[in-house]
Design a protein around this ligand. Sequence first.
Ligand code: NAP
Length: 486
Amino acid sequence: MSDPMNVLAPEHRRLRIGDAWRDAASGATFAVEDPATGRTIAEVADADVVDGLAALDAASKAMAEWAATPPRKRSGLLTATYRALTERSEEVARLITLEMGKPLAEARGEVAYGAEFFRWFAEEAVRVEGRYSTAPAGGYRILTVPKPVGPCVFVTPWNFPLAMGARKIAPALAAGCTTITKPAAQTPLTMLFLARIMEEVGVPPGVVNVVTTKRAGAVVSALLADSRTRKLSFTGSTEVGRVLLRQAADNVLRTSMELGGNAALIVCADADLDVALDGAMVAKMRNIGESCIAANRIYVEEPVREEFTARFAERMGALSVGHGLDDGVDVGALIDEASVAKIDELVADAVDRGARVLVGGKCPDGPGHFYPPTVLVDVPEDARMLKAEIFGPVAPIISFTSDDEVMAKANDTEHGLAGYIFTRDLQRALRFAEGLDTGMLGINRGLISDPSAPFGGVKQSGIGKEGSHEGVLEYLDLTYVAIDLP
Ligand code: NAP
Protein backbone atom coordinates (compact mmCIF):
# COMPACT_ATOMS: atom_id res chain seq x y z
CA MET A 1 0.00 0.00 0.00
CA SER A 2 1.37 3.45 -0.88
CA ASP A 3 2.28 6.03 1.76
CA PRO A 4 -0.92 7.93 2.79
CA MET A 5 1.18 11.12 2.81
CA ASN A 6 1.51 10.97 -1.00
CA VAL A 7 -1.96 12.51 -1.34
CA LEU A 8 -0.77 15.80 0.12
CA ALA A 9 2.11 17.21 -1.91
CA PRO A 10 4.78 19.12 0.04
CA GLU A 11 3.61 22.45 -1.44
CA HIS A 12 0.21 21.86 0.17
CA ARG A 13 1.65 21.22 3.63
CA ARG A 14 1.76 24.98 3.97
CA LEU A 15 -0.68 27.73 4.87
CA ARG A 16 -3.66 28.14 2.57
CA ILE A 17 -4.17 31.91 2.41
CA GLY A 18 -6.11 33.58 -0.39
CA ASP A 19 -4.96 32.12 -3.70
CA ALA A 20 -1.61 30.90 -2.35
CA TRP A 21 -0.05 28.03 -0.49
CA ARG A 22 2.68 29.68 1.50
CA ASP A 23 5.24 29.18 4.19
CA ALA A 24 4.84 30.92 7.53
CA ALA A 25 6.38 34.41 7.36
CA SER A 26 8.98 33.27 9.89
CA GLY A 27 9.72 30.13 7.86
CA ALA A 28 8.96 28.02 10.95
CA THR A 29 7.48 24.55 10.67
CA PHE A 30 6.35 21.90 13.12
CA ALA A 31 6.22 18.12 13.01
CA VAL A 32 3.09 15.98 12.74
CA GLU A 33 3.32 12.48 14.22
CA ASP A 34 1.69 9.14 13.64
CA PRO A 35 0.34 8.47 17.16
CA ALA A 36 0.61 4.72 16.61
CA THR A 37 4.39 4.84 16.16
CA GLY A 38 5.53 8.28 17.32
CA ARG A 39 7.17 8.66 13.89
CA THR A 40 7.18 12.12 12.24
CA ILE A 41 5.04 11.91 9.11
CA ALA A 42 5.20 15.51 7.90
CA GLU A 43 6.35 19.03 8.64
CA VAL A 44 3.76 21.79 8.21
CA ALA A 45 4.00 25.58 8.36
CA ASP A 46 3.88 27.06 11.86
CA ALA A 47 1.91 30.29 11.49
CA ASP A 48 2.38 33.31 13.69
CA VAL A 49 0.05 36.27 14.27
CA VAL A 50 1.14 37.97 11.04
CA ASP A 51 0.09 34.90 9.03
CA GLY A 52 -3.24 34.65 10.83
CA LEU A 53 -3.95 38.28 10.00
CA ALA A 54 -2.96 37.68 6.37
CA ALA A 55 -5.62 34.97 6.27
CA LEU A 56 -8.13 37.42 7.72
CA ASP A 57 -7.15 39.95 5.02
CA ALA A 58 -7.88 37.30 2.39
CA ALA A 59 -11.18 36.28 4.00
CA SER A 60 -12.29 39.92 4.33
CA LYS A 61 -11.41 40.79 0.73
CA ALA A 62 -13.28 37.73 -0.59
CA MET A 63 -16.36 38.38 1.56
CA ALA A 64 -18.43 40.76 -0.60
CA GLU A 65 -18.05 38.77 -3.80
CA TRP A 66 -18.75 35.43 -2.11
CA ALA A 67 -21.83 36.81 -0.36
CA ALA A 68 -23.08 38.10 -3.72
CA THR A 69 -22.39 34.81 -5.52
CA PRO A 70 -25.70 33.22 -6.54
CA PRO A 71 -26.81 30.60 -4.00
CA ARG A 72 -27.08 27.99 -6.73
CA LYS A 73 -23.42 28.54 -7.61
CA ARG A 74 -22.32 28.31 -3.97
CA SER A 75 -24.46 25.20 -3.63
CA GLY A 76 -22.82 23.68 -6.70
CA LEU A 77 -19.36 24.16 -5.23
CA LEU A 78 -20.44 22.44 -2.00
CA THR A 79 -21.88 19.55 -4.02
CA ALA A 80 -18.63 19.31 -5.95
CA THR A 81 -16.74 19.14 -2.64
CA TYR A 82 -19.07 16.36 -1.44
CA ARG A 83 -18.43 14.42 -4.65
CA ALA A 84 -14.66 14.92 -4.55
CA LEU A 85 -14.47 13.80 -0.92
CA THR A 86 -16.62 10.78 -1.68
CA GLU A 87 -14.58 9.83 -4.74
CA ARG A 88 -11.35 10.22 -2.80
CA SER A 89 -12.72 8.69 0.38
CA GLU A 90 -10.01 6.05 0.69
CA GLU A 91 -7.19 8.60 0.39
CA VAL A 92 -8.76 10.94 2.93
CA ALA A 93 -9.50 8.07 5.31
CA ARG A 94 -5.90 6.83 5.23
CA LEU A 95 -4.63 10.34 5.93
CA ILE A 96 -7.02 10.69 8.90
CA THR A 97 -5.90 7.35 10.33
CA LEU A 98 -2.25 8.22 9.87
CA GLU A 99 -2.37 11.52 11.73
CA MET A 100 -5.09 10.74 14.28
CA GLY A 101 -4.80 7.01 14.98
CA LYS A 102 -8.38 5.77 14.53
CA PRO A 103 -8.91 2.47 12.68
CA LEU A 104 -9.38 2.79 8.93
CA ALA A 105 -13.02 1.64 9.09
CA GLU A 106 -13.75 4.50 11.52
CA ALA A 107 -11.88 6.95 9.31
CA ARG A 108 -13.97 5.87 6.31
CA GLY A 109 -17.03 6.52 8.45
CA GLU A 110 -15.73 9.98 9.27
CA VAL A 111 -15.20 10.78 5.58
CA ALA A 112 -18.77 9.74 4.79
CA TYR A 113 -20.03 11.81 7.74
CA GLY A 114 -17.85 14.84 6.92
CA ALA A 115 -18.69 14.75 3.19
CA GLU A 116 -22.38 14.61 4.02
CA PHE A 117 -22.20 18.07 5.61
CA PHE A 118 -21.25 19.45 2.18
CA ARG A 119 -24.18 17.68 0.52
CA TRP A 120 -26.61 18.75 3.25
CA PHE A 121 -25.54 22.39 3.21
CA ALA A 122 -25.46 22.46 -0.61
CA GLU A 123 -29.18 21.79 -0.26
CA GLU A 124 -29.58 24.44 2.46
CA ALA A 125 -27.70 27.10 0.46
CA VAL A 126 -30.63 27.55 -1.92
CA ARG A 127 -33.20 27.62 0.89
CA VAL A 128 -32.03 30.61 2.93
CA GLU A 129 -35.12 32.76 3.24
CA GLY A 130 -36.58 35.75 5.02
CA ARG A 131 -40.27 36.43 5.59
CA TYR A 132 -42.86 39.07 4.94
CA SER A 133 -45.82 39.79 7.17
CA THR A 134 -48.37 42.41 8.11
CA ALA A 135 -47.69 44.19 11.41
CA PRO A 136 -50.39 43.04 13.86
CA ALA A 137 -51.78 46.57 14.22
CA GLY A 138 -51.72 47.10 10.45
CA GLY A 139 -50.24 50.13 8.73
CA TYR A 140 -46.95 48.63 7.74
CA ARG A 141 -45.24 45.42 6.70
CA ILE A 142 -42.41 43.48 8.31
CA LEU A 143 -39.70 42.07 6.07
CA THR A 144 -36.73 40.04 7.32
CA VAL A 145 -33.61 39.81 5.20
CA PRO A 146 -31.02 37.13 6.08
CA LYS A 147 -27.42 38.18 5.51
CA PRO A 148 -24.15 36.32 6.01
CA VAL A 149 -22.55 37.30 9.34
CA GLY A 150 -19.15 37.93 7.74
CA PRO A 151 -15.68 36.40 7.98
CA CYS A 152 -15.63 33.46 10.40
CA VAL A 153 -12.83 32.02 12.51
CA PHE A 154 -12.97 28.28 13.17
CA VAL A 155 -10.93 26.42 15.77
CA THR A 156 -11.23 22.64 15.59
CA PRO A 157 -10.06 19.61 17.63
CA TRP A 158 -8.02 16.56 16.60
CA ASN A 159 -10.60 13.84 17.23
CA PHE A 160 -12.48 14.24 13.91
CA PRO A 161 -9.92 16.03 11.73
CA LEU A 162 -12.30 16.28 8.75
CA ALA A 163 -15.82 16.31 10.15
CA MET A 164 -15.36 19.00 12.82
CA GLY A 165 -14.13 21.45 10.17
CA ALA A 166 -16.64 20.30 7.54
CA ARG A 167 -19.61 21.02 9.78
CA LYS A 168 -18.46 24.63 10.14
CA ILE A 169 -17.10 25.36 6.65
CA ALA A 170 -20.07 23.89 4.75
CA PRO A 171 -22.83 25.94 6.46
CA ALA A 172 -20.67 29.07 6.46
CA LEU A 173 -20.15 28.84 2.71
CA ALA A 174 -23.83 28.03 2.20
CA ALA A 175 -24.74 31.23 4.04
CA GLY A 176 -22.23 33.30 2.05
CA CYS A 177 -19.48 33.66 4.68
CA THR A 178 -15.74 33.33 4.18
CA THR A 179 -13.63 31.30 6.59
CA ILE A 180 -10.31 30.84 8.36
CA THR A 181 -9.84 27.43 9.98
CA LYS A 182 -7.19 26.69 12.57
CA PRO A 183 -7.08 22.91 12.87
CA ALA A 184 -5.61 21.14 15.89
CA ALA A 185 -1.81 21.09 15.78
CA GLN A 186 -1.83 17.31 16.11
CA THR A 187 -4.01 16.75 13.01
CA PRO A 188 -3.53 19.59 10.50
CA LEU A 189 -3.06 17.44 7.37
CA THR A 190 -6.67 16.45 6.71
CA MET A 191 -7.82 20.09 6.82
CA LEU A 192 -5.06 21.09 4.39
CA PHE A 193 -6.19 18.27 2.11
CA LEU A 194 -9.78 19.51 2.32
CA ALA A 195 -8.61 23.04 1.39
CA ARG A 196 -6.75 21.55 -1.58
CA ILE A 197 -9.86 19.65 -2.70
CA MET A 198 -11.95 22.82 -2.39
CA GLU A 199 -9.38 24.73 -4.45
CA GLU A 200 -9.52 22.01 -7.11
CA VAL A 201 -13.32 22.08 -7.38
CA GLY A 202 -13.20 25.85 -7.87
CA VAL A 203 -14.05 27.48 -4.54
CA PRO A 204 -12.74 31.04 -5.05
CA PRO A 205 -9.53 32.18 -3.33
CA GLY A 206 -10.01 33.67 0.12
CA VAL A 207 -13.22 31.77 0.90
CA VAL A 208 -11.48 28.83 2.59
CA ASN A 209 -8.25 29.72 4.40
CA VAL A 210 -6.36 27.28 6.63
CA VAL A 211 -3.77 28.36 9.16
CA THR A 212 -1.75 25.65 10.89
CA THR A 213 0.11 26.70 14.00
CA LYS A 214 1.64 25.58 17.26
CA ARG A 215 0.82 29.03 18.65
CA ALA A 216 -2.96 28.70 18.86
CA GLY A 217 -3.35 31.14 21.75
CA ALA A 218 -1.54 34.05 20.08
CA VAL A 219 -2.89 33.50 16.56
CA VAL A 220 -6.53 32.97 17.55
CA SER A 221 -6.63 35.84 20.04
CA ALA A 222 -5.26 38.22 17.37
CA LEU A 223 -7.98 37.06 14.98
CA LEU A 224 -10.70 37.53 17.59
CA ALA A 225 -9.42 40.99 18.51
CA ASP A 226 -9.67 42.20 14.89
CA SER A 227 -13.00 43.83 14.15
CA ARG A 228 -13.14 42.30 10.66
CA THR A 229 -13.83 38.91 12.26
CA ARG A 230 -17.59 38.56 12.85
CA LYS A 231 -18.01 35.01 14.08
CA LEU A 232 -16.16 32.39 16.10
CA SER A 233 -17.09 28.74 15.96
CA PHE A 234 -15.08 26.53 18.29
CA THR A 235 -15.10 22.79 18.87
CA GLY A 236 -12.95 21.56 21.72
CA SER A 237 -12.70 21.41 25.47
CA THR A 238 -14.95 23.42 27.78
CA GLU A 239 -11.81 24.84 29.38
CA VAL A 240 -10.52 26.41 26.15
CA GLY A 241 -14.08 27.32 25.15
CA ARG A 242 -14.39 29.54 28.23
CA VAL A 243 -11.15 31.33 27.34
CA LEU A 244 -12.30 31.96 23.77
CA LEU A 245 -15.75 33.13 24.86
CA ARG A 246 -14.08 35.77 27.03
CA GLN A 247 -11.95 36.91 24.10
CA ALA A 248 -14.94 36.93 21.74
CA ALA A 249 -16.81 39.17 24.18
CA ASP A 250 -14.48 42.12 23.53
CA ASN A 251 -15.62 42.22 19.92
CA VAL A 252 -19.17 41.01 20.70
CA LEU A 253 -18.76 38.18 18.20
CA ARG A 254 -21.41 35.68 17.23
CA THR A 255 -20.22 32.40 18.75
CA SER A 256 -20.95 28.73 18.38
CA MET A 257 -19.40 26.54 21.05
CA GLU A 258 -19.24 22.74 20.73
CA LEU A 259 -17.57 21.76 23.99
CA GLY A 260 -16.93 18.77 26.20
CA GLY A 261 -19.41 16.11 27.28
CA ASN A 262 -20.00 13.57 30.03
CA ALA A 263 -22.74 11.39 28.56
CA ALA A 264 -24.65 8.95 30.75
CA LEU A 265 -25.86 5.78 29.07
CA ILE A 266 -28.77 4.24 30.97
CA VAL A 267 -29.85 0.62 30.53
CA CYS A 268 -33.24 -0.12 32.09
CA ALA A 269 -34.24 -3.61 33.18
CA ASP A 270 -36.98 -3.71 30.51
CA ALA A 271 -34.53 -2.96 27.67
CA ASP A 272 -33.85 -5.33 24.81
CA LEU A 273 -30.37 -6.28 26.03
CA ASP A 274 -29.05 -7.11 22.54
CA VAL A 275 -30.01 -3.62 21.40
CA ALA A 276 -28.56 -2.09 24.57
CA LEU A 277 -25.27 -3.94 24.14
CA ASP A 278 -24.91 -2.90 20.50
CA GLY A 279 -25.79 0.67 21.46
CA ALA A 280 -23.36 0.72 24.38
CA MET A 281 -20.52 -0.61 22.23
CA VAL A 282 -21.06 2.11 19.63
CA ALA A 283 -21.63 4.89 22.15
CA LYS A 284 -18.52 3.91 24.11
CA MET A 285 -16.11 2.73 21.43
CA ARG A 286 -16.85 4.82 18.35
CA ASN A 287 -13.67 6.77 17.60
CA ILE A 288 -11.79 4.77 20.32
CA GLY A 289 -13.91 6.56 22.92
CA GLU A 290 -12.32 9.87 21.84
CA SER A 291 -15.64 11.49 21.13
CA CYS A 292 -17.44 14.32 22.90
CA ILE A 293 -20.65 12.25 22.89
CA ALA A 294 -18.96 9.04 24.07
CA ALA A 295 -20.78 7.20 26.86
CA ASN A 296 -18.70 8.32 29.83
CA ARG A 297 -20.81 6.60 32.50
CA ILE A 298 -22.88 3.46 32.00
CA TYR A 299 -25.75 3.09 34.47
CA VAL A 300 -27.45 -0.33 34.49
CA GLU A 301 -30.60 -1.16 36.43
CA GLU A 302 -29.87 -3.73 39.12
CA PRO A 303 -31.92 -6.70 37.78
CA VAL A 304 -29.93 -6.78 34.50
CA ARG A 305 -26.59 -5.51 35.82
CA GLU A 306 -24.94 -8.91 36.01
CA GLU A 307 -25.97 -10.12 32.57
CA PHE A 308 -25.30 -6.80 30.84
CA THR A 309 -21.90 -6.42 32.50
CA ALA A 310 -20.74 -9.95 31.62
CA ARG A 311 -21.77 -9.64 27.98
CA PHE A 312 -20.41 -6.10 27.61
CA ALA A 313 -17.08 -7.09 29.18
CA GLU A 314 -16.82 -10.06 26.83
CA ARG A 315 -17.33 -7.83 23.79
CA MET A 316 -14.89 -5.20 25.03
CA GLY A 317 -12.27 -7.86 25.74
CA ALA A 318 -12.61 -9.29 22.22
CA LEU A 319 -11.64 -6.03 20.47
CA SER A 320 -8.24 -6.01 18.81
CA VAL A 321 -5.83 -3.15 19.43
CA GLY A 322 -3.23 -2.01 16.89
CA HIS A 323 -2.16 0.41 14.17
CA GLY A 324 -5.28 1.85 12.58
CA LEU A 325 -4.01 1.09 9.07
CA ASP A 326 -3.63 -2.64 9.82
CA ASP A 327 -6.41 -5.06 8.87
CA GLY A 328 -8.82 -6.21 11.55
CA VAL A 329 -7.92 -3.52 14.09
CA ASP A 330 -10.88 -2.26 16.18
CA VAL A 331 -9.04 0.07 18.54
CA GLY A 332 -6.26 2.33 17.27
CA ALA A 333 -3.78 4.54 19.08
CA LEU A 334 -4.86 7.39 21.32
CA ILE A 335 -3.75 10.84 20.27
CA ASP A 336 -0.74 11.26 22.56
CA GLU A 337 1.08 10.11 25.66
CA ALA A 338 -0.64 12.74 27.83
CA SER A 339 -3.99 11.23 26.90
CA VAL A 340 -2.83 7.72 27.84
CA ALA A 341 -1.40 9.04 31.14
CA LYS A 342 -4.66 10.88 31.96
CA ILE A 343 -6.75 7.76 31.35
CA ASP A 344 -4.34 5.62 33.35
CA GLU A 345 -4.65 8.06 36.26
CA LEU A 346 -8.46 8.05 36.09
CA VAL A 347 -8.48 4.23 36.18
CA ALA A 348 -5.99 4.15 39.09
CA ASP A 349 -8.10 6.69 40.99
CA ALA A 350 -11.28 4.61 40.53
CA VAL A 351 -9.47 1.44 41.62
CA ASP A 352 -8.05 3.23 44.68
CA ARG A 353 -11.60 4.16 45.64
CA GLY A 354 -12.84 0.57 45.34
CA ALA A 355 -13.62 -0.10 41.65
CA ARG A 356 -12.75 -3.49 40.14
CA VAL A 357 -11.21 -3.96 36.69
CA LEU A 358 -12.99 -6.66 34.68
CA VAL A 359 -11.15 -6.17 31.38
CA GLY A 360 -8.04 -4.19 30.38
CA GLY A 361 -6.79 -1.51 32.74
CA LYS A 362 -3.10 -1.79 31.94
CA CYS A 363 -1.05 0.21 29.39
CA PRO A 364 0.86 -2.03 27.00
CA ASP A 365 4.63 -1.60 26.63
CA GLY A 366 6.18 -0.45 23.38
CA PRO A 367 5.91 2.51 21.03
CA GLY A 368 2.68 4.31 20.21
CA HIS A 369 -0.02 5.68 22.50
CA PHE A 370 -2.22 2.68 23.19
CA TYR A 371 -4.70 1.91 25.95
CA PRO A 372 -6.72 -1.31 25.98
CA PRO A 373 -10.54 -1.50 26.08
CA THR A 374 -11.31 -1.44 29.79
CA VAL A 375 -14.39 -2.21 31.87
CA LEU A 376 -14.70 -1.20 35.53
CA VAL A 377 -17.44 -2.20 37.97
CA ASP A 378 -18.32 -1.10 41.50
CA VAL A 379 -17.23 2.40 40.53
CA PRO A 380 -18.04 4.71 43.47
CA GLU A 381 -19.76 8.04 42.90
CA ASP A 382 -16.68 10.00 43.99
CA ALA A 383 -14.44 8.42 41.33
CA ARG A 384 -12.96 11.22 39.21
CA MET A 385 -13.82 9.47 35.94
CA LEU A 386 -17.52 10.03 36.61
CA LYS A 387 -16.97 13.80 36.59
CA ALA A 388 -14.18 14.12 34.00
CA GLU A 389 -14.26 13.33 30.30
CA ILE A 390 -12.45 9.98 29.98
CA PHE A 391 -11.93 10.41 26.22
CA GLY A 392 -10.74 6.86 25.71
CA PRO A 393 -11.79 3.20 25.67
CA VAL A 394 -12.70 2.93 29.35
CA ALA A 395 -16.23 2.08 30.53
CA PRO A 396 -17.27 2.48 34.17
CA ILE A 397 -20.46 0.54 35.00
CA ILE A 398 -22.62 1.71 37.89
CA SER A 399 -25.86 0.08 39.01
CA PHE A 400 -29.11 1.91 39.80
CA THR A 401 -32.45 1.01 41.33
CA SER A 402 -34.81 3.90 40.54
CA ASP A 403 -35.37 6.33 37.68
CA ASP A 404 -35.26 9.35 39.98
CA GLU A 405 -31.93 8.23 41.37
CA VAL A 406 -30.31 7.67 37.97
CA MET A 407 -31.77 10.88 36.51
CA ALA A 408 -30.25 12.89 39.39
CA LYS A 409 -26.88 11.20 38.96
CA ALA A 410 -26.91 11.62 35.19
CA ASN A 411 -27.63 15.34 35.57
CA ASP A 412 -25.00 15.85 38.28
CA THR A 413 -22.39 17.29 35.90
CA GLU A 414 -21.50 20.68 34.44
CA HIS A 415 -21.85 19.10 30.99
CA GLY A 416 -25.01 18.55 28.99
CA LEU A 417 -24.10 17.30 25.55
CA ALA A 418 -25.59 13.83 24.97
CA GLY A 419 -27.28 10.96 26.77
CA TYR A 420 -28.54 7.49 25.90
CA ILE A 421 -31.49 5.54 27.27
CA PHE A 422 -32.37 1.91 26.57
CA THR A 423 -35.90 0.80 27.47
CA ARG A 424 -38.91 -0.74 25.74
CA ASP A 425 -41.25 1.52 27.71
CA LEU A 426 -42.09 4.59 25.64
CA GLN A 427 -43.39 6.67 28.53
CA ARG A 428 -40.29 5.92 30.54
CA ALA A 429 -38.07 6.91 27.59
CA LEU A 430 -39.95 10.18 27.17
CA ARG A 431 -39.69 10.98 30.88
CA PHE A 432 -35.93 10.66 30.50
CA ALA A 433 -35.99 12.76 27.32
CA GLU A 434 -37.75 15.52 29.27
CA GLY A 435 -35.74 15.14 32.47
CA LEU A 436 -32.17 14.74 31.25
CA ASP A 437 -30.28 18.02 30.83
CA THR A 438 -28.71 17.24 27.48
CA GLY A 439 -28.79 18.75 24.02
CA MET A 440 -29.11 15.29 22.44
CA LEU A 441 -30.52 11.93 23.49
CA GLY A 442 -30.40 8.51 21.84
CA ILE A 443 -33.38 6.29 22.62
CA ASN A 444 -32.40 2.67 21.97
CA ARG A 445 -29.59 4.00 19.75
CA GLY A 446 -25.89 4.47 20.38
CA LEU A 447 -25.23 6.40 17.18
CA ILE A 448 -26.83 9.83 17.05
CA SER A 449 -24.50 12.00 14.91
CA ASP A 450 -26.21 12.98 11.66
CA PRO A 451 -25.58 16.04 9.46
CA SER A 452 -29.34 16.49 9.06
CA ALA A 453 -29.92 16.71 12.85
CA PRO A 454 -29.07 19.64 15.16
CA PHE A 455 -25.91 18.69 17.07
CA GLY A 456 -25.08 20.68 20.19
CA GLY A 457 -25.10 20.82 23.95
CA VAL A 458 -26.64 22.65 26.88
CA LYS A 459 -25.03 23.83 30.15
CA GLN A 460 -21.24 23.97 29.79
CA SER A 461 -21.28 21.71 26.73
CA GLY A 462 -21.91 24.61 24.45
CA ILE A 463 -23.94 27.18 22.62
CA GLY A 464 -25.59 26.75 19.23
CA LYS A 465 -26.22 23.89 16.83
CA GLU A 466 -24.27 22.33 13.99
CA GLY A 467 -25.86 20.41 11.12
CA SER A 468 -29.53 20.52 10.08
CA HIS A 469 -31.39 23.67 9.06
CA GLU A 470 -30.39 25.27 12.38
CA GLY A 471 -26.74 24.90 11.33
CA VAL A 472 -27.01 27.47 8.56
CA LEU A 473 -28.86 29.95 10.79
CA GLU A 474 -25.69 30.18 12.92
CA TYR A 475 -24.07 31.99 9.98
CA LEU A 476 -26.87 34.44 9.20
CA ASP A 477 -27.85 37.80 10.65
CA LEU A 478 -31.37 39.06 10.11
CA THR A 479 -32.10 42.62 9.07
CA TYR A 480 -35.64 43.65 9.91
CA VAL A 481 -37.13 46.11 7.45
CA ALA A 482 -40.30 48.08 8.33
CA ILE A 483 -42.21 49.10 5.19
CA ASP A 484 -44.85 51.75 5.48
CA LEU A 485 -48.05 50.48 3.81
CA PRO A 486 -51.28 51.86 5.27
P1 NAP B 1 -8.78 21.57 23.03
O1 NAP B 1 -7.52 21.32 23.77
O2 NAP B 1 -9.78 22.46 23.62
O3 NAP B 1 -8.32 22.09 21.61
C1 NAP B 1 -9.25 22.37 20.59
C2 NAP B 1 -8.67 23.39 19.65
O4 NAP B 1 -8.43 24.60 20.36
C3 NAP B 1 -7.33 23.00 19.02
O5 NAP B 1 -7.28 23.48 17.71
C4 NAP B 1 -6.34 23.74 19.91
O6 NAP B 1 -5.12 24.03 19.29
C5 NAP B 1 -7.09 25.03 20.17
N1 NAP B 1 -6.65 25.76 21.33
C6 NAP B 1 -6.15 25.27 22.49
N2 NAP B 1 -5.88 26.28 23.34
C7 NAP B 1 -6.22 27.44 22.71
C8 NAP B 1 -6.19 28.81 23.07
N3 NAP B 1 -5.75 29.22 24.25
N4 NAP B 1 -6.62 29.71 22.18
C9 NAP B 1 -7.06 29.32 20.97
N5 NAP B 1 -7.13 28.03 20.57
C10 NAP B 1 -6.72 27.09 21.44
O7 NAP B 1 -9.55 20.22 22.72
P2 NAP B 1 -9.00 18.89 22.06
O8 NAP B 1 -8.18 18.17 23.07
O9 NAP B 1 -8.37 19.18 20.74
O10 NAP B 1 -10.35 18.10 21.75
C11 NAP B 1 -11.01 17.35 22.69
C12 NAP B 1 -12.16 18.14 23.29
O11 NAP B 1 -13.04 18.55 22.26
C13 NAP B 1 -13.01 17.30 24.22
O12 NAP B 1 -13.34 18.06 25.35
C14 NAP B 1 -14.26 17.01 23.40
O13 NAP B 1 -15.40 16.73 24.15
C15 NAP B 1 -14.39 18.26 22.62
N6 NAP B 1 -15.21 18.04 21.43
C16 NAP B 1 -16.48 18.54 21.41
C17 NAP B 1 -17.29 18.31 20.32
C18 NAP B 1 -18.69 18.84 20.28
O14 NAP B 1 -19.27 18.85 19.20
N7 NAP B 1 -19.27 19.29 21.38
C19 NAP B 1 -16.82 17.57 19.24
C20 NAP B 1 -15.53 17.07 19.30
C21 NAP B 1 -14.72 17.32 20.40
P3 NAP B 1 -3.84 23.08 19.54
O15 NAP B 1 -4.15 21.81 18.87
O16 NAP B 1 -2.71 23.80 18.95
O17 NAP B 1 -3.73 22.92 21.03
